[in-house]
Ligand binder design. Sequence first.
Ligand code: HEM
Length: 279
Amino acid sequence: MTSPDPARSADGARLDFAGEMSYGDYLQLDRVLEAQRPRSGDHNELLFIIQHQASELWMKLALHELAAARAHVRSGTLAPAFKMLARVGRIFAQLNQSWDVLATLTPAEYSAFRAALGSSSGFQSYQYRSIEFMLGAKKALMLEPHRHREDLLRPLERLLNEPSLYDESIRLLARRGFAIAPAALERDWSRPHEFDASVCEAWAAVYRDTAAHWDLYELAEKLVDIEDAFRQWRFRHATTVERIIGWKRGTGGTSGVGYLKSMLDHVLFPELWRARTAL
Ligand code: HEM
């Protein structure tokens, strides 16, 4: 059926966007879809680029949600924080699933364009490092790859020096009356969080009487969900990398899979895991 109005489809959708905002305008699709610039001319490099770019977009959203969730935990308004943390968990589930697409890249296919990457590596991902800092995996040395980019360095430094989402959760435990050691409440935030027995005891008390501490119990479980998903991301990354490059060195200069596997042992929220043994 043809439409009587040439500016509309038969069921009423607009067809003429002269002077008005279209889908592509709103989403800035020209810019997004022009940002894939393979350097090698090899067929498979486009997959590699899109996999990274899509991951960075999801990381951008994860950071947006984590920053807002941290502000809510700081102000004690937990209900909206839960909604945001649940979304972060789903974002990581999405990222974890996406390794399956990259795993279709064989060692031979990757070798064909690897030289085109030069020294670029996910190790230099500013957003990944921001997520780590936001969650409490702090390491000042990780600022170094961004030293030449003042615009990235400053916000990353700020994140390094601020309390993480987990630090804010611990401070909330103290405000709710749990006896938390002062060293866990005011410290040099640029240092990674270290296991603290008083924090462990507080989480264990929350789990022992969930009815009395329902929202803290929910916060604890949301944090465990995030660490669980984050561990899976690290594991899928290390495994995908191993099947593509074996034990070759990384383009960023680390030992490669050896480095990635060593990161699997890093625990973000140690007391939440240890408390389970105490229950
Ligand atoms: C063929 C695919 C891939 C290979 C061979 C690979 C390899 C590596 C290697 C060897 C490292 C260690 C640093 C180095 O020496 O370069 C690394 C780090 C990293 N990669 Fe990948 N990677 C791949 C895909 C991805 C994708 C799709 C992402 C998503 C953004 C990603 C994000 C990262 C991040 C964030 C790090 C830093 C991890 C940390 O410091 O703990 N990688 N990668």
